[in-house]
Design a protein around this ligand. Sequence first.
Ligand SMILES: [Zn+2]
Length: 337
Amino acid sequence: MIIQPDTLDWDRPGSTHVRLSFGLDGSWGSSLVPLTVINPSRPVPGNAPTVAVFGGTHGNEYESQVALTRLCTDLDPDELGGRVIIMPRLSEDACRHGTRAAVEDGVNMNRAFPGDPHGTLSYRIAHFVSTMIIPQAEVILDLHAGGRECAYALCTSLHPLPDQARFDRALELASLFATPYVFVYSRQLATGLLTDYAEDQGKLAIGGEFGGGETVSPTGVAHVYQGVINVLRHQGLLPGQPESILGRQPGTGRIVRADDLSDYVPAPCSGIWEPVVPLGNDVRSGDLLGRLYDVDHHPARFEPIRAHRDGVLIACYQRAVCETGRTLIVIGDPVPR
Ligand SMILES: [Zn+2]
């Protein structure tokens, strides 16, 4: 069913699957953005929180798109104790084109928040999320992958929060995805993120990086799919306890914290990037992490890239061809639980 965004009936019992019609900017037509809202089939006692889950915020990141698409129909409203909202392909235009940003307006959805009702396509979709979904949800999950930009050790992610009790609750939620790592990352890197805005509204907002290279990782899909179910169980929306995922228990992943901009090292020159250390490894200051080759010479010159400090290599550049200034490596501190 295709509807105008402001006509959605949020309270209808059971599963409602719609495509929201957002008018294109430069041509006659619409971006049809899928949304599923699932309410309990019949009134339930208690007040379980609303959980909102987003995938495809970047169009070339696929694990969340496929796992959430299945969850839209797999979640049974007869079992649910509260409302679940799923948008598996938030930047629908980018998803359709397999690009990070929407092709229609060139906007990266995860820099567009809180959006603008009079802005271009991506800003209008962001505004819909900011005004219609985030206010009614207590828990917000925005699930990513590395795309072409970055390779991550399989992780969920969250920001440092000044309120320790809130941080602990967010960390507990992030740990339910049973990823080998939980990445605590800097808010200073960029602005306009969906999770930034949700956090500023007092919500529990969790991200994650479940694959990369514009592929579909079966491991990443499993962590997204069961991780969301674990969150719903933990929040009392589904019966049962959180389960292990591919043999990993929730709450056992290593916490790696990189909340200083100096943890994010840009490429000092352009070249072919050869990483030599697996993601997630412990590194010591001075360790060789990779080489950047200047192939305009023969024999080719290369720049050795060394760890600037001790820590865990949580992310590095994804592609072989690397331009100067791109974030090349991210090293964080392991933090005890
Ligand atoms: Zn992303």
